[in-house]
Design a protein around this ligand. Structure first.
Ligand code: HEM
Length: 154
C-alpha cells in the first residue's frame, strides 16, 4: 500500500472505531453505567480527533485524492462526498455541544443532543467508509490534488 492510500486507510479506520465506541457508550448509558459511558464517549471523541488530525495533515501535506472512476459516475460521487462532508461538520459541532453539556452536568439537554449526535455520527462513519471504498477500493484513486480541486473538480 502506498502512502497515498495508507493515510486515508488509517483515518477511515479511526472514524469507524469512533462510531463503534459511540454505539458501545450509548449501550452503557442505557444500562445506567454512567462512569463507563463517560470514559467510552471520551475515547470516541479522542478517536474522532485523531481522525481529524490525520485527515487535516494529509490535506495540507499531500492533498486530497481526485475521483478515479468512470466519468459518468463522477457527479454522483461529488454530490455524495459533499453530503458526507456536511454530515461530518455537523457531527463535529454536535459532538462538541454534547460534550460541553455533559461536563456542565446539563444532563437532560445532553441526553437529547447526545441521541442526535450519535445518529449523525453513525451516518458520517457509514458515508465515510462508502467514500473510501469508492475512492480506493472500487476504482483506482486519481492523483492527489489540493483540497478545493479534489472536492469541486477542475
Ligand atoms: C460526544 C460524546 C457523548 C455522546 C455522543 C453521548 C451520548 C449520550 C446519549 C445518546 C445519551 C442518552 C441515552 C438514552 O437515554 O438513550 C447520554 C446520556 C448521558 N450521558 Fe452522554 N454522551 C457523550 C459524552 C458524555 C460525557 C463526557 C459524560 C460525562 C461527563 C456523559 C454523561 C451522560 C449522562 C450522565 C447521561 C444520562 C442522562 C440522563 O439520563 O438524564 N456523556 N449520552
Amino acid at each position: 500500500m502506498d502512502m497515498f492510500t495508507l493515510f486515508p486507510t488509517i483515518s477511515t479506520s479511526f472514524i469507524v472505531i469512533s462510531a463503534i465506541l459511540v454505539a458501545i457508550g450509548w449501550g452503557l448509558i442505557i444500562k445506567g453505567r454512567r462512569e463507563a459511558h463517560k470514559k467510552v464517549m471520551i475515547a470516541a471523541a479522542v478517536a474522532a480527533l485523531i481522525f481529524f488530525i490525520i485527515y487535516a495533515s494529509r490535506t495540507i501535506f499531500v492533498g486530497n485524492t481526485n475521483w478515479g472512476g468512470p466519468a459518468d459516475l463522477e457527479i454522483y460521487y461529488r454530490v455524495f462526498l459533499i453530503f458526507h462532508i456536511v454530515l461530518a461538520t455537523v457531527a463535529a459541532v454536535f459532538g462538541l455541544t454534547t460534550l460541553v453539556l455533559a461536563f456542565k452536568e446539563k444532563f437532560a439537554k445532553h441526553r437529547k443532543w447526545g441521541r442526535t449526535t450519535a445518529v449523525i455520527w453513525f451516518f458520517t462513519a457509514i458515508t465515510g467508509v462508502a467514500v473510501y471504498i469508492l475512492l480506493y477500493v472500487m476504482y483506482p484513486g486519481g492523483h492527489t490534488k489540493p483540497m478545493i480541486d479534489a472536492i469541486f473538480g477542475t
